[in-house]
Design a protein around this ligand. Structure first.
Ligand code: GRG
Length: 299
């Protein structure tokens, strides 16, 4: 992200997140039968795969913008990375996108086999909710606030969010896709988990509704912007075909917009995201930097 200061900031945040993810894997290793070690190895393989950690960084930055200690929200940040990682493992399976590689390495099922890859995704999804419960360990949050985080995560990652969006992504007939249809899919498939990453800290403290709404506007805008930036990066290579059973193009913005229209929409969304949180003052700088990163990212 951007200049030297914010790069140093994001590197420090990524280290905090990575150390926390690793400490949890060690905790699993210590607390379960050695016979389950292959599952933990497959979890570690995909968690260590070189992802950007966008969703957990968003949670830490939103927490800071609200004056919370980012360390206290690490379990929730980790839950988001678990859900994101499970979604990528399952998305790469032959029944869905049938991708042999992820982040330049063999995808989980190529490395461990389909059965273990399915179970690795299942384990990550289940343990994500175990992580939410760990928010209680710091004694900083009330049980009702932790239940609020749980509810938010269920809403945005399940039927009403990412999984619902993924259903449409794999079943829709893209030959007659319209902009509202494509946007509906992206808001759910990709945007929902990004929005949840921003909103989680708002569940952990008393907050006036107006402030919650400004976080919501920011999260919705960068969620959609992220998918447009992803489609723009892909459009520089080729049409995105699913190798999976559909064998047809995936729904994406390039089917309904030219690259310059996509860039214009991306810029509008990023501007909107930034203006939504400006009233938070200096504390919102990291969220602004993340939005700018999405505007200009090259990978
Ligand atoms: C299988 C239930 C289920 C859901 C899958 C998100 C998703 C739903 C599939 C991924 C397909 C995809 C490539 C969508 C484009 C946007 C996106 C989520 C890209 C990957 O996220 P990054 O760039 O990944 O944050 P890294 O590698 O940085 O962690």
């Amino acid at each position: 992200m951007g200049d030297k200061v914010s790069r140093a900031y994001s590197e420090a945040r990524i280290k905090l997140i990575n150390d926390y993810l690793e400490s949890n894997l060690i905790r699993f290793e210590k607390s379960c039968s050695q016979r389950f070690e292959p599952l933990i190895e497959a979890m570690r393989y995909s968690l260590e795969g070189g992802g950007k950690r966008l969703r957990p960084i968003l949670t830490l930055s939103a927490a800071e913008a609200l004056g919370l200690n980012p360390v206290d929200v690490l379990p929730a940040a980790c839950a988001l990375e678990y859900i994101h990682t499970y979604s990528l493992i399952h998305d790469d399976l032959p029944a869905l996108d049938d991708d042999d590689t992820r982040r330049g390495k063999p995808s989980n099922h190529k490395r461990f086999g389909e059965a273990v890859a399915i179970l690795t995704g299942d384990a990550l999804l289940t343990e994500a909710f175990g992580q939410v419960l760990l928010l209680g360990e710091s004694q900083k949050f009330q049980p009702a606030q932790i239940l609020g985080v749980m509810d938010l995560l269920v809403h945005h990652s399940g039927v009403r969010g990412m999984v619902g969006g993924q259903l449409l992504d794999v079943t829709i007939d893209t030959s007659d896709s319209s902009l509202p249809e494509i946007e509906f899919i992206h808001i759910h498939k990709t945007g929902a988990l990004i929005l949840a990453s921003v909103l989680i800290p708002t569940k952990l403290m008393p907050l006036e509704e107006e402030k919650v709404q400004s976080f919501r506007r920011y999260g919705e805008a960068i969620g959609l912007a992220f998918q447009i930036s992803d489609d723009l990066l892909d459009s520089e290579t080729s049409i995105r075909y699913s190798r999976g059973p559909r064998k047809k193009p995936k729904p994406c913005y390039t089917q309904v917009m030219s690259p310059s229209e996509m860039k214009q929409k991306l810029n509008l969304l990023i501007d909107h995201a930034i203006s939504s949180i400006r009233s938070l003052g200096d504390k919102s700088q990291n969220l602004i930097d993340i939005a700018e990163f999405i505007r200009t990212r090259k990978a």
